[in-house]
Design a protein around this ligand. Structure first.
Ligand SMILES: [Zn+2]
Length: 462
């Protein structure tokens, strides 16, 4: 379990002027490392000018790092024998539970409690083997019999919170509050859900309420974290739209912020059907006035833009929307979708290939270069482009973007967006990227590279 950390991120300033907002920056002898959703990334010291500590509020799924233990069970434990029967021999006895459910259909309170206990025991067994989805299903089923049971509502809310699914968690907690308005446990978890939704001020109010009802060291710690953040965030003004929560430094023009939100909503509607995915929570957007455009320069620091699913946009010198800014927003938003759809497991070549394709780029002008590199056996294997591109030599970055676009374009041109979607689903489910290609495209990397080169030749060079 990760300890709740101070909510400030650091800024790594590179010698070329690029600024990377990063969390958990560790300085070592010849390199500096920092945390991203894809693991720790390392930068050689030689390219770093300085590190500014605590410059920007941290946004790396900070709510997931809160140290909050499961709520106590509020179901009468004298039903221990029922629990034992429901999970006899280390597996769930579905027939037994069905019989309890039949008996509970008449609405008898004791019979309903037995169903609740049985499903709770089954859920806890599923959790031991990591089957959170199954556990949630058990609580959901139990709630059809006991919709007001605070204990069940708290358990299911807790599981959603652990999975960073704040909106469904909040629905269950609101139901629980109607049944038990003065439960400190409900206030505690509600604070967590609100915090996860970036509603830090309301989260702090809930946690204060929880503390008035009952002292709790975990809540005190969480409240302190939220307060520190609110102090820093006071410098930011906020903007909201249906799918986005926008923050920007006081220096950015308010009209620009509104146009950014409008443009993002348009891109959201376009990307949603392409990837057949709707992010469960509002997406955080941060406008910076002091950062160069990562995706225009294509500097290796692009990772700063995708490390936590948020859209980070440098808008220095801009006062209204431009075609270029719109393109960058679409590219970064694509990264957010992919990041959330795969739980951060998408390989970098697929990430960047899809983001460029959705942004509207095609391979035409790079086709000759890519085909030549491939035919001279000078192309970089996809395997190498799966992980961080940080250690690629500078001139390779542009090539890597183009090659990734070529591969994704080939896949979409040949078998359509649905195969891209299936690839993302497979890596999300834990397949290695190459295994996902074999599973979905019936091709290993070597074949995929060869077919991409053939596609580029026949489409653009003949
Ligand atoms: Zn990108």
């Amino acid at each position: 379990m990760v300890l709740a950390l101070p909510a400030l991120a650091d800024t790594i300033v590179l010698k070329n002027g690029r600024r990377i907002v990063a969390v958990r920056v560790v300085e070592e002898k010849d390199h500096v490392s920092y945390e991203t959703a894809a693991g720790r990334l390392r930068l050689p010291r030689s390219i770093i000018a300085r590190i500014e500590r605590g410059a920007v509020p941290s946004t790396t799924d900070r709510a997931a790092n809160l140290e909050i233990t499961p709520p106590p069970l509020a179901i009468n434990l004298s039903y221990a024998d029922i629990a034992a029967l429901a999970v006899r021999g280390g597996s769930v006895d579905r027939e037994y539970i069905s019989r309890l459910e039949v008996a509970a259909q008449g609405g008898n309170a004791a019979a309903i409690n037995r169903v609740a206990v049985a499903h709770h025991a089954a859920a806890q067994l599923e959790l031991k083997s990591g089957e959170t989805e199954q556990a949630i299903n058990h609580y959901r089923r139990a709630l059809t019999f006991a919709p007001e049971q605070t204990g069940l509502l708290l358990q299911i809310a807790y599981l959603h919170l652990r999975r960073s699914e704040y909106t469904p968690a909040l629905d269950y907690l609101e139901r629980a509050r109607r049944a038990s308005p003065d439960s400190p446990e409900i206030a505690k978890l509600t604070g967590w859900a609100l915090y996860g939704q970036n509603r830090t001020e309301q989260a702090a109010e809930e946690w204060q309420r929880a503390l008035r009802l009952r002292p709790d060291a975990q809540v005190e710690q969480a409240l302190e974290t939220a307060r520190q953040e609110l102090n820093v965030e006071a410098r930011y003004r906020e903007g909201e739209s249906p799918h986005f929560v926008l923050r920007y430094h006081g220096g950015a023009a308010p009209e620009l912020a509104r146009e950014v939100l409008r443009t993002l909503e348009e891109h959201f509607r376009a990307i949603e059907p392409e990837l057949d995915f709707t992010p469960a929570e509002p997406i955080g957007v941060i406008l910076y006035t002091n950062q160069a455009f990562a995706d225009i320069t294509r500097a290796p620091a692009w990772v700063g833009a995708i490390n936590d699913g948020r859209v980070r946009v440098p808008v220095q010198g801009l006062s209204s929307m431009t075609a270029e800014l719109s393109r960058v927003l679409r590219h970064e938003l694509a990264h957010s979708f992919i990041q959330m759809k795969t739980g951060g497991k998408c390989p970098v070549w697929l990430h960047e290939g899809i983001a460029q394709w959705l942004e509207g780029q095609r391979s035409g002008e790079y086709a000759a270069l890519l085909v030549t590199a491939y035919e001279r056996k000078a192309s970089v294997p996809l395997k190498v482009l799966e992980g961080s591109w940080m250690n690629l030599p500078g001139q390779m970055a542009g090539y890597s973007y183009s090659w990734s676009l070529g591969v994704v374009e080939y896949i979409i041109a040949t078998s359509g967006m649905r195969d891209i979607e299936r690839l993302l689903d497979q890596v999300a489910a834990g397949s290695s990227p190459e295994a996902a290609c074999v599973g979905v495209l019936r091709m290993d990397y070597a074949e995929l590279e060869q077919e991409t080169a053939k596609y580029l030749r026949r489409t653009y060079l003949q």
